[in-house]
Design a binder for this molecule. Structure first.
Ligand code: UDP
Length: 322
């Protein structure tokens, strides 16, 4: 299939681009490189350095049969301080992309949504029927696009899937997490092990969880890529499906620290910080819907394995030692 990957120079978009190429698809990446990296775009894909707002001429030229849409701003804290950037890129940019699709008769799309659309859960594991009450602008902007897709499916016959990611981690196809501003737990822990920072701050040890630290659902980026390939052909025209993507098991911050110590052999000093504003105690997905509808099965569910795959890119020599 001829596909356009918006945001294909970022962490998840580049991994999925590699998976699409491996499956024989013809891929054009559309990315303004505001946070992505040109050298992350796998060889074999064509890069158009263009923002979502200006995507129409690229779609007119490529005439894709489907779009996978990863392009977004994704820092929760910044979304609270500078909301206009999130509404402009995530919502305005997505609207421009959908309109560019409509103009060329392309109606198939897989969209990167997020667990942040649910906000503080009433119960875990979180199912897709759970109320969506985002607690930050980032989550609200992603939820707005989910609603946009529902209305485009109804009004314009779009065949759409929103994949609600939980905590994506690990590496695949030689591609891993590489953010200029890193906020995620696993890459930060590995930066300490690599000697790039002195210690890791644990945000809160007084949560109502067994060891007092927050519990999250870390899903391997390779499993996530598999889900995109299954989702792409799944919906009929006029249908918008929503699927959670998680490992199904929660791991605490302390368990992540322990796994990073085991994988890296580094003492990994930690500092106890206070709670980070807006962090729910537990976020764990029920991925039962995508498992039963599409036969998706996460294969890399072991936390140590996820951390090891991420570490192999930070310290390539480590992959040979382990
Ligand atoms: N966390 C932490 N120290 C850090 C970064 C994150 O203790 O330096 C915690 C954070 O409070 C959360 C978990 O690790 O409970 C995962 O955070 P991350 O930012 O990786 O993902 P999020 O769940 O916020 O999307």
């Amino acid at each position: 299939m001829r596909v356009l990957v918006a945001g294909g120079a970022g962490y998840i978009g580049s991994v999925v681009t590699a998976a699409l190429l491996a499956a024989g698809h013809d891929v054009t990446v559309l990315d303004d490189l505001s946070t992505g990296h040109a050298d992350a775009v796998p060889a074999g894909a064509t890069l158009a350095r263009v923002a979502l707002h200006d995507s129409a001429p690229v779609l007119a030229e490529v005439r894709p049969e489907a779009v996978l849409h990863f392009a977004a701003r994704s820092l929760v804290g910044v979304s609270q301080q500078r909301p206009h950037e999130y509404w402009d890129t995530n919502v305005g940019g997505s609207l421009a992309l959908l309109e560019a699709m409509r103009a060329v008769g392309c109606r198939r799309i897989v969209f990167s949504s997020t667990a942040a659309t649910y906000g503080e859960p009433e119960s875990v594991p979180i199912r897709e029927e759970a109320p969506t009450r985002p607690t930050n602008t980032y989550g609200a902007s992603k939820l707005a696009v989910d609603h946009m897709l529902t209305s485009y499916a109804v009004a314009h016959g779009f065949a759409a899937v929103s994949l609600r990611y939980f905590n994506v981690a690990g590496a695949a196809f030689g591609l891993g997490e590489r953010h200029a501003t890193e906020t995620h737990l696993i890459p930060l822990a590995l930066q300490v092990a690599a000697g790039e920072r002195e210690s890791l701050t644990v945000f809160g040890r007084d949560y109502p969880t067994p060891d007092g630290t927050c519990i999250r659902d870390y899903v391997h980026v390779q499993d996530l890529a598999d889900a995109h390939l299954l989702a792409l052909p799944a919906p009929a025209e006029g249908e918008h499906r929503i699927y959670n993507l998680g490992n199904g098991t929660g791991f605490s911050v302390q368990e992540v620290v322990d796994a990073a110590r085991e994988v890296t052999g580094h003492a990994l000093p930690t500092v106890d910080g206070g709670r980070r504003a807006g962090d729910p105690a537990q976020l764990v997905a029920s991925s039962a819907r995508i498992r039963s509808d599409l036969g998706w099965m996460p294969r890399h569910t072991d936390l140590v394995g996820i951390v090891r795959d991420a570490w192999a890119l930070v310290d390539p020599a480590a992959a040979h030692r382990s």
